[in-house]
Design a protein around this ligand. Sequence first.
Ligand code: PEP
Length: 249
Amino acid sequence: MRNYYIAGNWKMHKTRGEAAALAQALVAQLKNGKHKYLVAPSFTALETVGPLLKGSNILLGAQNMAAAEQGAHTGEVSVLQLKDLGVQAVILGHSERRHTYQEDDGLINKKVKLALQHGLEVILCVGELLSEREAGNAEGVCETQTVQGLAGVAVADLPRVTIAYEPVWAIGTGKTATPEDADAIHASIRQVVARLYGTDAAQQILIQYGGSVKPDNAAQLMAKEHIDGALVGGAALSADTFVPIALFK
Ligand code: PEP
């Protein structure tokens, strides 16, 4: 039986004060929550939010990190700096990184391996564009991104990897994949993991769905066999919308 894992990606929103207020509300309202939780504030709010999450059931996540450990990389943030702030997990390969900032599978794979090598958990995002779905290639795109994102990752490290299936056309658009369509892609990703790591590892890996998850569609999505949680963007920006998703039964 897999656990559910609900993560909130705050993207480039919230000042430190706003982030602190949201973190405090979530700590209070999720304290009896039974699932696994994470919030990923902006880099600028990590130092503020980290101490507020201490002792809670909510992990501190980052939204990205550099592929290099340290050095001359102006504007980047390293794994060492994230760990110094108490970050426990990092979201990698988000579609906004792939499509707005041209991150490719090779770069994302370097980041995945570096994060794991330093003991962080990883949420590896995969997902197809609308044109790729319309061309009948949604599964193929997710397969490639999964295989290349996990290249060189040892089976022993896989328990620290979560995959988030986020169809790009559903992110921030209000369009959600139907639970059936999403579940079919999740099942195909699980098969890819089985091919790479064996059936036990594939049964255990958590696969979140992301793309306009809201309080009124979360339960239907997560009722599906292969959907093990959610990566939430817009609805993660307020406790009023994130808490009902996080506490879904
Ligand atoms: C996301 O950014 O990962 C996301 C799924 O956003 P939204 O929930 O707003 O679609």
